[in-house]
Ligand binder design. Structure first.
Ligand code: HSE
Length: 431
């Protein structure tokens, strides 16, 4: 195999940047044997040069100015690992305009400013590789783009935020409150220093946009994509779902809802305990998908951390070095995002109620009027009340459009016998 040396520049030298340098150093021989490529890190930009790091780098190679890296005459491939959508955009745009391939793990950047970036990529014939942006330890971008290149994507559902999955598991298994589980996730270093995008669902939401892009060839606008986080998931809902045979997970769904219309949404949903996704615990990620020829496939692995993310970055570096084709949107006008009101699932609804005559009749009459039928009910009784009063009632409905459900919820909220805002989760069937 012919051998070549490829010179790279890194912007960002945190956990992942350090992991990338460590991996290409440790696996230099293996990388050469398998791909014929040896990587040389020629310049690295980092915020704080004085910070003590595990990996020693030649001080001559270090800078605090990203432009020193991108514009360096020897840097052939730019690795962007700083995150965010402002400076990172300038880094990537500058590299592309110089015709330099970019490797990035920045899901927010591509999901929110991907149209500009892919336009530059096309204009300057400089590829953008982003395997590390979605579930680092699972090669899902490559699989969709290469292994399943011959398949139409029938549906995809994933658990693609490890922090949320860890929090929900700790609530389920250890009975921790949401706040206690989040604190633990932060202490263990699973959540980001600012976990906002983890817990409000947008880290997974950005990843779902990229899966939609690679799966269907168009880049959805993040403004059209529906995202709800796990902030309001309650321990009592997890317990109730468990007793009904379901787990609550932050699930991202990407699938066609009608010809040329793609459903892309992320929210905490009930999933049957018998489904493989329900068995994905801790910080692990998983993607379950179906292709028209391959049928069902399931991917499982770590979605964060130095080793898994560096593995994805180095795979992309090899692709960049070998000139492999990178993703570019190709079907922009054929697809649109399904309005959330039109998307259909079953739902779990829990209503806090005053125990008084006619409560159930009023509730079922509203659901019936809105065309929402249900297959199961459950009610909890307050054991401390003198007359064992009913305190809440839950329903699992049949499938209905989300818009109809929202209408029903508004009507339910206006009833005097409903004492709190209704709690609602989708129930995913994956069919
Ligand atoms: N904070 C993310 C997670 C990792 O918890 O999955 C990278 O997106």
């Amino acid at each position: 195999m012919s051998e070549k040396v490829v010179k790279i520049g890194l912007i960002g030298f945190g956990t992942v940047g350090g992991g990338v340098c460590g991996l290409i150093e440790k696996q230099e021989e293996l990388l050469k044997q398998r791909s014929g490529v040896t990587f040389e890190v020629v310049k690295v930009a980092m915020r704080d040069l004085s910070k003590k790091r595990d990996l020693e780098l030649d001080p001559e190679k270090l800078t605090t100015d990203w432009q020193d890296v991108v514009n360096h005459s020897e840097v052939e491939v730019v690795v962007e690992l700083i995150g965010g959508t402002t400076v990172a955009f300038d880094v990537v745009a500058t590299a592309l305009k110089l015709g330099k391939p970019v490797v990035t793990g920045n899901k927010a950047l591509l999901a929110e400013r991907g149209k500009e970036i892919f336009a530059l990529s096309k204009q300057y014939d400089a590829p953008v590789y982003f395997e590390a942006a979605v579930a680092g330890g699972i090669p899902i971008i490559k699989s969709l783009k290469e292994a399943f290149v011959s398949n139409s994507l029938v549906n995809l559902a994933g658990i693609i935020n490890g922090t949320c999955n860890y929090i929900l598991e700790r609530m389920t298994e250890a009975g921790l409150s949401y706040d206690a589980a989040l604190k633990e996730a932060m202490e263990l270093g699973y959540a980001e220093a600012d976990p906002t995008l983890d817990i409000n669902g947008w880290d997974a939401g950005h990843k779902a946009i990229l899966l939609g892009a690679v799966g269907y060839g168009f880049l959805p606008s993040h403004k059209e994509v529906y995202v709800t986080g796990i902030e309001s998931v309650k321990l009592e809902d997890i317990k109730l779902a468990d007793s009904l045979g379901y787990s609550i997970k932050l699930v991202s769904v990407v699938k066609p809802s009608s010809e040329g219309v793609i459903e892309i949404r992320t929210q905490p949903s009930l999933i049957p305990k018998s489904h493989l996704l329900a068995k994905v615990d801790g910080v692990f990620n998983a993607v379950s998908l179906s292709g028209d020829a391959v049928g069902n496939s399931f991917f499982y692995g770590r979605g964060a951390g130095a080793g898994p993310t560096a593995t994805a970055v180095v795979a992309d570096l090899v692709d960049a070095a070998l000139g492999s084709k990178a993703f570019l949107p190709y079907d922009e006008s054929s697809y649109s995002v399904a309005p959330i009101e039109q998307t259909e699932t079953a739902y779990f609804i829990r209503l806090d109620v005053k125990d008084e005559p006619g409560v159930m009749a009023k509730i079922t009459s509203i659901l019936g009027d809105k065309g929402i039928s249900f297959s199961g009910t459950h009610s909890s009784v307050d054991p401390n009340a003198p007359d064992a009063e009913m305190k809440d009632v839950s329903f699992i409905t049949h499938k209905a459009p989300f818009g109809k459900l929202q209408d029903a919820l508004l009507a339910l909220e206006s009833l005097d016998c409903i004492t709190a805002k209704p709690t609602v989760y989708r129930v995913e069937s994956f069919s």
